[in-house]
Write a protein that binds this ligand. Structure first.
Ligand SMILES: Nc1ncnc2c1ncn2[C@@H]1O[C@H](COP(=O)(O)OP(=O)(O)O)[C@@H](O)[C@H]1O
Ligand SMILES: [Mg+2]
Length: 284
């Protein structure tokens, strides 16, 4: 947040400022990250800092590299060039055992939930807790039910994923992502395909995670209503770089034509013109 934003304006409804100890320090830093798949240059010198207590929302058209970006944050993908630092540690310098330990600071919920079909809801949510081996059975049980209650699915513990609706499965995925009390949560399109009510439940959970547990969250979403509900900061990914960033208020007031086009959902404008120009250039 810039130096122009004083105490009063924050109280008058600007993005909520993080106030707990350590808030605002860099948790994740991407520096000049490049990633290509064959001839496709997806990330092109991307710089991004995720700060403690942020609820960062990543916006961008489909296929712009949002999921690729998120996978770089936890070392599931490695940059061709540039670096990714988590709490100041360069992921490229870590052994795979160290990377596994570091990933325990994260909780992730991906598009289709990726639940284990043969495990009950209870075992899906408790899976990582079992594997970590640091909790007793009774503690795991309490924690699993606490998480299921958060997503309003207490009654489904003994069911299999196949017996649940898509929205319920997504909520199970969410419960599983938060079970080990991660400090940083990554959500890749948590609302896609959900009905408006379930979608609002997920938004509420993301906000609650940040406010009550002081989690740092990074969310990819196409749903602008949801984006502006949960974000303290938004970035627009375009042509492999962060084209614009700001608080919800700053983004809404932005005079950047790309931001305006994205927020208004116009078919024509600088976002699509750039792409056409690029296709044009490739043809030559
Ligand atoms: N593992 C992969 N192998 C090859 N191409 C990939 C891989 N992952 C992503 N891509 C390509 O990178 C581009 C960005 O993908 P993605 O990050 O999934 O976009 P989105 O912004 O919709 O999440 C797409 O063109 C996609 O086809
Ligand atoms: Mg994606």
């Amino acid at each position: 947040m810039g130096p122009m934003v004083g105490e009063e304006s924050v109280q008058e409804g600007a993005a909520p400022e993080a106030t707990w100890a350590g808030a605002g320090r860099a948790r994740i830093e991407l520096r000049d990250v490049h990633k290509s798949f064959g001839p496709k240059h997806v990330l092109r010198g991307l710089d991004l800092t995720v700060r403690d207590g942020d609820s960062l929302v990543i916006l961008g058209g489909s296929g712009t590299g949002k999921s690729v970006l998120v996978q770089h944050l936890i070392g599931l993908m490695r940059p061709d060039r540039g670096s990714v630092l988590v709490d100041g540690e360069d992921l490229a310098a870590l052994s795979s055992a160290e990377l596994t330990t570091l990933r325990q600071r994260f909780g992730m919920s991906f598009q289709e939930g990726a639940l284990f079909d043969s495990l009950t809801v209870f075992d899906n949510v408790g899976f990582l807790l079992e594997r970590l081996g640091t909790m007793t059975r009774a503690e795991i049980r309490d924690r699993v039910f606490e998480c299921l209650e958060l997503v309003r699915l207490e009654g489904t513990a003994q069911r299999l994923p196949s017996e649940l609706s898509g929205g319920m499965r997504r909520r199970v995925g969410f419960a599983r992502a938060i079970a080990h009390k991660p400090e940083i949560l990554l959500f890749d399109e948590p609302n896609t395909g959900l009905d408006p009510v379930t979608s609002a439940v997920i938004d509420e959970l993301i906000i609650r995670m940040r406010e009550k547990l002081h989690s740092t969250t990074v969310t990819i979403t196409h749903d602008l209503r949801s984006a502006f509900t949960i974000a303290t900061r938004l970035v627009l990914l375009h042509q492999g770089q962060i084209a614009a960033e700001g608080t919800p208020e700053e983004m809404q007031a932005s005079e950047d034509g790309r931001v305006q086009q994205f927020l208004s959902g116009e078919a024509h404008g600088p976002l699509t013109d750039d792409e056409e120009a690029e296709r044009e250039a490739r043809r030559e």
